[in-house]
Design a protein around this ligand. Structure first.
Ligand code: ADP
Ligand code: UDP
Length: 239
């Protein structure tokens, strides 16, 4: 399977057509952005780590019953995926208060929730990805009620799977963002990526941040944190 024309270049990945109309190739870059593109930079080696980590996590999630877009890893930075029409929602799941939740509601980062919190933002860069609820999503016709129910069920299943997995690696899953898409037969599957760009991951023993917050907040040791989180995953596989 090889790349045909590029159909999209985003902030972190490029997307290409292939000779199969149902399949795309995604190509992971080292480019990093934050605050809706206001902060820009490069994280050396990030594309390789995000590609490999996302693929391993997606395969684990698929084995445990949630359908994903993953088809085949083609190279260090490239993966063959099922083409979907992306549902324009950023589906955020939170186990612990951090980031925009802490800011919006005035609570300390680190407050542990009794139950996971699902939150949607409208995937629209021009509007700054505004927060929205299920009624807003239905009014905007971004998805049907059945699709939203499926998305919520899948998001909670993914949370249980990832939370348990990262705990075994000595890592606390604080929160993360998922994107879902619709295949040509109308079914909802997990798409995009699951990586330190899209998750908050804290060392369970020290609380050290092992994710993109090191870049967002100029904490230093960004490349080292990405390498460390990947090492935790690989070490777990070898156990
Ligand atoms: P952004 O668009 O936010 O800058 P990226 O740089 O990660 O993000 O670009 C990848 C784009 O590809 C995103 O818009 C994402 O929604 C989309 N995408 C991810 N997986 C698939 C898929 N399987 N089929 C179609 N589009 C996808
Ligand atoms: N997130 C993401 N892409 C976005 C916004 C958020 O991957 O465009 C992830 C982010 O990495 C974190 C979670 O979603 O793991 C919750 O992010 P939050 O709403 O706290 O936003 P932020 O603090 O990043 O503005």
């Amino acid at each position: 399977m090889h790349k045909l024309e590029q159909i999209y270049e985003g902030k972190a990945k490029k997307v290409y057509k292939t000779d199969d109309p149902e399949l795309y190739i995604v190509d992971y870059k080292d480019d990093a952005t934050a605050f809706n593109g206001l902060k820009k930079g490069t994280i050396a080696g990030k594309g390789i780590i995000n590609n490999q980590m996302s693929n391993r996590l997606m395969q684990m999630i698929e084995r445990k019953g949630v359908p994903t877009h993953f088809v085949k890893e083609l190279s260090e930075r490239e993966t063959l995926v099922k083409k979907v029409s992306i549902v324009p929602l950023e589906v955020i799941v939170r186990n612990i208060a951090a980031g925009s939740f802490s800011k919006r509601y005035g609570v300390d980062e680190g407050m542990v929730f009794d139950e996971p919190v699902i939150e949607f933002s409208y995937k629209n860069d021009a509007l700054g990805d505004p927060l929205l609820n299920t009624d807003h999503a239905l009014a905007l016709k971004v998805a049907t009620r059945t699709e939203i129910d499926t998305i919520k069920t899948y998001a909670l299943q993914v949370n249980s799977i990832l939370k348990a997995f990262w705990a075994e690696c000595g890592v606390t899953l604080v929160d993360f963002k998922l994107e879902f898409g619709k295949t040509s037969d109308g079914s909802i599957i997990l798409a995009d990526e699951i990586s330190p760009d899209t998750c908050r991951l804290w060392d369970s023993a020290t609380g050290e941040k092992l994710d993109k917050d090191r870049f967002r907040r100029d904490l230093g040791g960004v490349e080292e944190a990405y390498a460390e989180i990947m090492k935790r995953l690989v070490d777990h596989e070898e156990k």
